[in-house]
Design a protein around this ligand. Structure first.
Ligand code: UD1
Length: 420
């Protein structure tokens, strides 16, 4: 038996959707507690399956991880008791590979299972490994595991071939205690990378150029653990904003950090979406019928985020005319298209381009979430479709959207979790 969402769509929704802490910031920050001995207090952590998965991995390496309330954790690092991250734990979530840089920083040694394939593309880790080598780590791959060894980590110069988020985070963690200065170029500028840097800086790390494509990191002997609050989730915010547009202003979104979502908000403006932001509360002022078709190309930050590509596609389906999406970050990230088409969408794929022809309304259907964000796009469509939509394989959605059912029920949606 697996969990599914049953949604009776077409209800009028009204109220406030609150955005919680960012999964993609919380994961690397949790991992970074491997670097230095001491006690950490992390707040605004989203209550999600991925955090529970990472907790198991961190415990297997010797950390004490205690959930002190729904969104807070206390992590105690008394030194690592195990330097091998096992296949069983790493295969569940690709972000687990981030433990490599932190373990190297802690012990100069690490053995981490290769993460393996993933539904949205091959997603290799070559850039992570090349970066470690530049910091003096010898890398060997044996029996599906990456073994990294060094007598000591040394500052080095790393120029990434592509601004990979994970590679940037992994190399930063390896560099903060390396001897000397590391210069990292063409790095990812995503807000979640900035949050990791801010966390490390709060512990005494010396990182210059935060938020730019070039980071200069001067290794320090020791970091001093403390308390940190995770940034709000800009992808959840974007998903909720799309719901607010689809429901023409009756939903407000709390927890929108405009500068983290600038390219997304700019694209909405180009579509003709009008909104008002007061503090972190966003309210939509326009009607769906006023929106114009646009072209979206996913890009590394500050470009349009690939994680909002599928929710954006759901919105584009309801815009009169021909919209277009070009996905440049991941291959195979159009698996939601066939499911949206089962709900009446008119989307054609040609390579990495999706051509979306506007429709009047979605028709309910039984569909399947192929990944986390694809699942969100189907839930959005289901909320608008009259009659009952069943979204299968929602364990994907549970990985990234905290209390989604409760939040949607709170604004009047008829959605429940069922076993089928
Ligand atoms: C992170 C996010 C994910 C988001 C993605 C892009 C987390 C936990 N996940 O994933 O939600 O969709 O950024 O914004 O934060 N690549 C290589 N070699 C490497 C590393 C990456 O070729 O060594 C390629 C990947 O296959 C992919 C592209 O680079 O095509 C982007 O990947 P990357 O930025 O590393 O994404 P993740 O860190 O895995």
């Amino acid at each position: 038996m697996a969990d599914a969402f049953e949604i009776r769509g077409g209800r009028a929704l009204k109220g406030i959707l609150e955005v919680g802490g960012a999964k993609n910031a919380a994961l690397p920050i949790f991992v970074a507690t491997l670097i230095e001995k001491g006690t950490y207090h992390l707040n605004n952590v989203p209550d999600l399956m991925d955090i529970a998965t990472l907790t198991e991995l961190l415990k297997s390496l010797g950390l004490e991880v205690e959930k002190t309330d729904k969104n807070s954790y206390k992590i105690i690092n008394n030194g690592l008791t195990n330097l091998t991250a096992s296949y069983d734990l790493v295969k569940k979530m690709r972000a687990s590979f981030l433990v490599m840089g932190a373990m190297l920083a802690h012990s100069n040694n690490a053995i981490v299972s290769l993460p393996g394939g993933c539904a949205i593309g091959a997603r290799p880790v070559d850039l992570h490994l090349k970066g470690f080598e530049k910091l003096g780590v010898e890398i060997e791959i044996e029996h599906g595991y990456v073994k990294g060894t060094a007598t000591e980590l040394k500052g080095g110069e790393v120029i990434l071939d592509f601004p990979s988020v994970g590679a940037t985070q992994n190399i930063i963690m390896a560099a903060v205690k390396a001897k000397g200065v590391s210069v990292l170029e063409n790095v990812a500028r995503e807000p979640e990378v900035v949050d990791l840097c801010n966390f490390l800086i709060s512990m005494g790390a010396k990182i210059e150029g935060v938020g730019t494509g070039k980071l200069t990191i001067t290794g320090v002997e020791k970091l001093v653990p403390g308390t940190y609050s995770i940034m709000p989730d800009r992808i959840v915010a974007g998903t909720f904003i799309i719901a607010a547009i689809m429901f023409e202003g009756t939903i407000e979104v709390e927890g929108v950090v405009a500068e983290d979502s600038s390219s997304f908000l700019a694209k909405l403006k180009e579509m003709g979406v009008q909104y008002d932001i007061t503090g972190q509360r966003l309210k939509i002022l326009s009607k769906l019928s006023e929106l114009k078709p646009v072209k979206v190309t996913t890009m590394p930050h500050p470009g349009f985020p690939t994680d909002l590509q599928s929710p954006m596609m759901t919105l584009m389906c309801l815009v009169t005319g021909n919209s277009e999406i070009k996905e440049t970050i991941f291959e195979n990230r159009f698996m939601h298209v066939s499911e949206l088409n089962r709900m009446g969408a008119k989307i054609d794929i040609d390579g990495s381009n999706a051509h979306i022809k506007g429709i009047k309304e979605f028709s309910s259907a039984e569909v399947m979430a192929s990944d986390l964000r694809a699942g969100a796009s189907l839930v959005l469509a289901g909320l608008k479709a009259k009659e009952t939509t069943t979204v299968n394989r929602i364990y994907h959605v549970d990985r990234g959207y905290e209390n989604l059912v409760e939040k949607l029920v709170g604004i009047g949606a008829d959605i429940k979790r069922i076993k089928i």
